[in-house]
Design a protein around this ligand. Structure first.
Ligand SMILES: [Zn+2]
Length: 332
């Protein structure tokens, strides 16, 4: 990506104005829903700050030494801090290494850019350690923090960053962009629904088996409810897929089922499977759904720690069987 997505132009202008005035904040927190290109935006901004001759729109030239190094993922003044494994925590050692590097001057005498993403995956120790750095900003160092879960960042971290908010694009511009990316507007529409309107997430789904697996997850839940499949078997199958989105899908489906039960059917997000969600909703108890939503939310959080993922999935799927109104018992 060499320029901001169509739905990011106002944020880009805002950032450019600050860059031209030499007033880029020391720490910038980019927040908004997942899958809409916040991290790409941070990369573009980092390139622009490091580039020797950005163009009139403030975009990196792509030619200078700095641009070449960053393209080769080898720029000594661009420091990404990412989880070592997808979905896992950013650890204190990584932040300690960062602080160590920051004791030295930038190699090229210009900016030094740090990108921490997803910022909410810093564990508590890492987050506390970063706080000291945020409290004592260094000249020419810009720290980009990217998150789709701003409430999981401590209030002290948030208060030391300038916030830059990104909203989910309206469906027309998301469809327009995705349709031209995929060259298929009907597929784009289906994928956008599956991705809750997040165009980058939708494009990623198009390239892999995600959409098929999402259908499988729905079928498995139906089969468990009907007593045709065991929760334990399904948990083991889902674990093999190692798909980071599974619990988030179920979370959004449960939100939709709650909307249906409350009579807000027009607000259902997953319209492509609205019929299945409706028939589920008819058989389950609303209070138990709310309770299950809390359990899902805990499981999504715990999955990012060293918790045993198989046990988490088994527990959730067992609880799924107890959602039905005709079930007397409920597991805690
Ligand atoms: Zn350049």
């Amino acid at each position: 990506m060499t320029s901001p997505y169509p739905w990011q132009t106002s944020q880009w202008k805002q950032f450019q104005q600050r860059r031209l005035k030499g007033a880029v904040p020391h720490a910038l927190l980019l927040h908004g829903p997942e899958g809409i290109g916040k991290e790409d935006f941070a990369h573009l901004a980092a390139r622009a700050l490091l580039c020797e001759q950005p163009d009139a729109e403030g975009l990196a030239c792509g030619q200078c030494k700095s641009c070449q190094l960053i393209n080769a993922e080898n720029h000594p003044d661009f420091i990404p801090v990412l989880p070592e494994e997808i979905g896992k925590a950013i650890k204190i050692d990584q932040i300690r290494n960062l602080i160590q590097v920051m004791t030295l001057s930038p190699h090229f005498g210009g900016y030094r850019i740090v990108l921490i993403s997803p910022a909410a995956q810093m564990n508590l120790a890492a987050s506390n350690s970063l706080l000291k750095t945020l409290e004592e900003p260094q000249d020419n160092t810009v720290i980009f923090l990217v998150t789709s879960q701003i409430s999981r960042l401590s209030a002290t971290i948030r208060s030391r960053c300038q916030l830059l908010r990104f909203a989910r694009p309206d469906s027309a511009s998301a469809l327009n962009w995705l349709g031209s990316e995929l060259g298929d507007s009907a597929q784009a529409e289906q994928l956008l629904m599956a991705a809750n309107g997040a165009p980058l997430l939708a494009r990623q789904m198009a390239g892999d088996e995600t959409i098929r697996f999402r259908q499988q997850v729905l079928q498995d839940l139906t089969a468990i409810s009907a007593g045709k499949k065991q929760a334990m078997t399904v948990a083991a199958e889902w674990l093999k897929q190692a798909h980071g989105k599974t619990l988030q899908w179920v979370y959004h489906w449960v939100c939709d089922m709650i909307r249906i039960k409350c009579g807000d059917e027009s607000f259902v997000i997953n319209q492509d499977i609205a019929r299945q969600l409706q028939s589920f909703a008819q058989t389950v108890d609303l209070n138990r759904l709310y309770h299950f939503l809390d359990q899902l939310s805990d499981a999504i959080r715990l999955r990012q720690t060293s918790a045993n993922e198989l046990l988490l999935l088994e527990g959730l799927l067992l609880n799924w069987t107890y959602l039905k109104t005709d079930r007397k018992q409920e597991r805690a």
